[in-house]
Design a protein around this ligand. Structure first.
Ligand SMILES: Cc1cc2nc3c(=O)[nH]c(=O)nc-3n(C[C@H](O)[C@H](O)[C@H](O)COP(=O)(O)O)c2cc1C
Length: 175
């Protein structure tokens, strides 16, 4: 099987990380992947915040009632933001950057998980985005799409089973 094909098959969301810190050269490779992700009209309206401070990671874990706790256990997280005033398709661009980071992480032997921030709420019913903005001092005009916690996998997960792919979702020529 080709390398990229294998990578896609093996990437599964990682929610359990070891305590091992990332190598700084790997952090740089992850950020380069984000900065090489394509944007509509080449607007590059995204920005990324790299968080390694343990206390800040623990604070970020409180951004949602469910599905964000693993941020507090990760050695690093990348917060994906974008400027909606620069591009009306900032969501698509920030989403592509998020998945580029995840695929690059997998290629480095690291695990990651997408934590949805946009349109989500904290346990008190306030905006997750506002919560993250406050913790990280993000300017008002910037939107926060996702947080990607990254680290060494504490548990391995099964790759995709090709026999279970939903081929019925594929339509040929017409729906
Ligand atoms: C847009 C998007 C938002 C997601 N949000 C969360 C989240 O907030 N918390 C979480 O634990 N996983 C989140 N995930 C991970 C999905 O639950 C996961 O990708 C899906 O269950 C498939 O599993 P796999 O990634 O292991 O193949 C998100 C994934 C995507 C693509």
């Amino acid at each position: 099987m080709r390398k990229f094909e294998q990578l896609i098959k093996e990437r599964r969301s990682t929610r359990n990380f070891t305590d091992e810190l990332l190598r700084q050269e790997d952090v740089e490779i992850l950020l380069k992947a984000a900065l090489m992700s394509p944007t509509s009209k080449n607007t590059t309206e995204w920005s990324f915040i790299v968080v390694e401070n343990k206390q800040t990671l623990e604070q970020l874990a409180g951004c949602k009632a469910h599905g964000a706790a693993m941020i507090g256990k990760a050695p690093l997280a990348i917060v994906v933001c974008a400027d909606p005033f620069l591009n009306d398709v900032w969501i698509e661009d920030a989403a592509i950057a998020s998945i580029y980071i995840q695929l690059q992480a997998e290629d480095l032997g690291l695990g990651s998980c997408w934590v949805q921030i946009r349109n989500r709420e904290t346990k008190n019913g306030s905006s997750s985005e506002e919560y993250v903005r406050e913790v990280l001092n993000i300017p008002m005009h910037m939107q926060v799409l996702s947080i990607i916690p990254i680290g060494y996998k504490a548990k391995s997960r099964d790759p995709f089973d090709e026999n279970k792919l939903q081929w019925e979702k594929i339509h040929i020529d017409k729906w």
